[in-house]
Design a protein around this ligand. Structure first.
Ligand code: NAP
Length: 459
């Protein structure tokens, strides 16, 4: 069965290329915008006017559901990829290809279009702003990216066919990437498994993802993501790359055209110079834990702060203490500032606490300042409690009514959380952060929403 889905901003050439591609492959062509207009019995501007964007997206989802798993070339509306349920439907049965172009090229292609504006901005600003906001969704939802800026629709069509039927790897790059993996401590049978996977990589929708760090061979992420990929019907494979320095790891990611990277210690800051784009939250935190690659570009994100923020959502602003001043502490401080908390960073190295606090306008001090602050919320962002049987705070320092969030997730109940439970505190374990950040990461890798209960089950 031949099924190819084209996504991209208005003006990216989806309809022209889609029709050419369908003709060349001898399969039906579906333009979802045309099907929506047919079903609604009115043009798209009128649907927006009558039912708003939400009504339009509902209709779009139901039209795309009727095409799920169907043979053909499907060209979608520019915003279809913003809905993760629609993306799950689009991904059923074949590759999704992102046709990209810079904002100025898109503007010149769609100047004078009768389609309704999405914002109150002038058209060129609107394209720049909406395109930037949607970029993670386009990249997540697609299996490969074709830059359409300087090539004819016929050439785009040829490149889509070549990527879809021949994969995205050259023989030389593949051999180079595998040779590097053989030098890493990855067990030889796993390198062999990867080689087999890549040998079969004759389709654009067979992609690799990986956790990168040193150490990272113990990571739970491969088991988790491979389970999520398989449950979502994706032919993606998630592996592990452990190496002392980041440069060779990023060369390997390029050589094997790895789509998504989970970045762990000690690379969260070191990876940043290797990226073409860093989203603003990650830039403000100064750390990247997620990289998504698309063609020659590599986009850096931070989902750690979302993992801290989500379990605390709805909590009223209050005095809060973050213990530790490393990478996880920076994500925690950022999340707490976002929730309007009055934050103090306490660390055994007070200079490190002061440097982190200063970046976000928070207070700082040594660990001994804890009792003076008497916070309502405490976050442990040190590794203390991770299998050492220790707690960074004494039991008597906790009081009923405090919320205690330990970012350490092995064991599920650390000594600090055991004290907190005994003192009637609200307890949040590191697994809640892990689940929330992993779910955000899965969405960045695939455009699909991961079921958080399923993640909990697997870990
Ligand atoms: P990091 O960058 O190495 O920072 C660790 C911080 O803890 C530093 O401020 C360090 O102080 C301090 N520290 C280390 N040992 C200490 C001790 N014995 N007593 C007091 N302070 C100590 O590490 P990280 O990436 O921020 O990770 C911190 C913890 O968060 C780890 O346990 C990690 O597992 C957890 N984490 C959990 C998740 C999740 O999803 N749940 C995600 C990310 C991280 P010095 O500078 O003085 O050494």
């Amino acid at each position: 069965m031949t099924r190819i889905v084209l996504v991209g901003y208005r003006g990216s050439g989806k309809t022209t290329v889609g029709a050419l591609l369908a003709g060349a492959l001898g399969v039906p062509f579906y333009d979802t915008d045309a099907l929506i207009e047919e079903r609604a019995g009115m043009p798209i501007p009128a649907i927006f006017e009558n039912s708003g964007e939400e009504g339009f997206r509902r209709l779009e989802r139901s039209v795309i559901a009727s095409l799920a798993g169907q043979e053909g070339v499907i060209s979608t509306g520019g915003g279809a990829i913003t809905d993760p349920d629609t993306v799950a439907l689009l991904r059923r049965g074949g590759p999704v290809v992102f046709l990209s172009a810079p904002a100025d090229v898109l503007h010149s292609r769609i100047r004078g279009s009768a389609r309704p504006a999405l914002t109150s901005l002038p058209p060129d600003d609107e394209i720049r702003t909406v395109l930037a906001a949607r970029m993670p969704a386009y990249i997540g939802a697609s299996d490969c990216c074709i830059d359409t800026r300087a090539i004819s629709p016929r050439e785009v069509c040829r490149r889509v066919r070549s990527a879809v039927t021949g994969g995205t790897l050259s023989e030389t790059d593949r051999a180079r990437g595998l040779a590097f993996l053989e030098k890493t401590p990855l067990p030889p049978e796993e390198v062999k498994g990867l080689k087999n996977f890549l040998d079969k990589q004759t389709r654009a929708d067979m992609r690799l993802c990986a956790v990168i760090g040193n150490p990272c061979l113990h990571s739970k992420s491969p088991a988790l993501f491979n389970h999520l990929f398989s449950r979502s019907g994706l032919t993606y494979w998630y592996t592990r790359i452990q190496w002392p320095s980041i440069g060779p790891v990023m060369n390997c990611a390029r050589a094997l055209d790895i789509k998504g990277l989970s970045v762990t210690i000690p690379f969260k800051s070191a990876v940043m110079p290797f990226l073409s784009d860093i989203e603003p939250h990650a830039a403000a935190i100064g750390a990247v834990n997620t990289v998504v690659r698309c063609g020659d570009r590599a986009y850096g994100h931070n989902t750690d702060w979302l993992g801290v923020r989500e379990p605390l959502a709805g909590m009223q602003p209050c005095p809060a203490v973050v213990l530790g001043a490393g990478g996880a502490a920076a994500a925690a401080v950022y999340a707490l500032m976002d929730l309007g908390m009055d934050v103090t960073v306490l660390a055994r190295t007070p200079d490190a606490a002061a440097a982190l606090a200063q970046r976000f306008g928070a207070g700082s001090g040594p660990l001994t300042a804890f009792d003076r602050i008497d916070p309502d919320l405490v976050i442990n962002a040190t590794p203390v409690g991770m299998g050492d049987g220790k707690s960074v705070l004494e039991e008597h320092q906790l009081r009923p009514g405090m919320t205690v969030f330990d970012l350490v997730y092995t064991p599920p109940e650390t000594p600090l959380l055991r004290f907190a439970r005994r003192h009637g505190c609200r307890c949040i374990g590191g697994r809640q952060m892990f689940v929330a950040q992993a779910s955000a990461q899965f969405r960045l890798f695939t455009g699909i929403r991961a079921d958080q209960d399923l993640i909990r089950e697997v870990i």
